[in-house]
Write a protein that binds this ligand. Sequence first.
Ligand code: CAA
Length: 388
Amino acid sequence: MYGLSDEQQLFRETVRRLAQERVLPRAADIDRTGEFPWDIAELFSEYGLIGVGMPEDLGGGGADLLTFCLAVEEVARVCATSSLIIAAQHLGAMPILVAGSPEQKQRFIPDIASGKKLSAFALTEPEAGSDAGGTKTRAIKDGSKYRISGTKVFITNGGLAKSVVVFASTDPSQGVRGISAFVVDGESSGLSVGRIEEKMGIRGSQTAQLNFDDVVVPQENLLGGEGEGFKIAMRTLDRTRPGIAAQALGIAQGALDVTIEHLKQRRQFGRPLIEQEAIQFMLADMETQIEASRHLLYKAATVVETAGFEAVSSPEVTRYSAMAKLMCSDTAMRVTTDAVQLFGGYGYVRDYPVERMMRDAKITQIYEGTNQIQRLVIFRNLLQKENI
Ligand code: CAA
């Protein structure tokens, strides 16, 4: 059981049942309409899943990172969009958890942990995607306030979030060392929602452009000190990439589950397809990739958890987090592509879930850092590894 405690196994069973009974029946419709599933967000709030990985004394579930990943994985097994509700909420809270003062945590986290407010992480810009340090959004100090202007793109929950962590440069002459992080009220004057993306997958999740036009933020909302924003963003991603890995793993597992069921039923050449050796070999590869990915992810979750929210930087944490995201998302893409193949013509039509799973899998190789960036991060941190 992957070294899971009794409590973690029970939790996994509970989430699996909830996902099967309440999320699965909505999955195809969420994908078809492309509308944010408020009913699922409310369900997760009711069951304490939306803030499951946030500290208990701040209103969260107090789950360790591995338990958080189990929740994301089990939901993603039936609906990737729904699992992103949990992962994105965690992402929007994480900069506050890694760098917020005790007062800021008390002020911001309980509403995020309870699901009263959706949260967002606004880092990416039109000219600063993989090169997150190229942030152009400006924050100019004005007495006891900052005035933020600029454009953020591809922001999950962008137009829905009431708590938005924004990365903006307080000193462009300092490059990445001049970036600062702010918690911005999603209803601030001057903050508007631009383009809402029409996406290939995770279609019920909203991905929006956010325009900041002289948005006033009190200095009490600055996380850490001026110039600490880039490191806060990196430390955040170290702690959230395992969640994306868990989403990818869940998508892959879900695709394998439905494929096996289909192959047992579908007959060709006078017998069920699952009796064909060529097909059995493909299933064996899918299972092997999923199991290897799961072991790496659970190990990564434990390594990151051991470091805690506030660890300043650790090559081991960064490397494991990136390796888990890289491997699980590549597995998700391969497994879902094979699942579509094994369904044949039925895999290519909307009546069956595997084409949705394949579309959903693709984003896991892109967001929270493309897999090319994960490789770069893994290599940079590999040289600091002590015992091989
Ligand atoms: N923890 C702590 N500090 C870190 C760190 C980490 N993991 N990684 C880097 N740093 C520090 C470095 O030590 C360095 O510090 P000093 O200034 O003191 O020397 C500083 O940050 C700058 O680091 P680098 O020189 O390594 O920076 P870089 O410009 O070469 O690039 C990068 C780093 C890894 C490429 C980074 O830009 C990156 O991760 N890019 C990808 C961004 C990303 O993941 N975006 C996803 C957006 S979120 C999203 O998709 C969300 C969504 O809505 C779902």
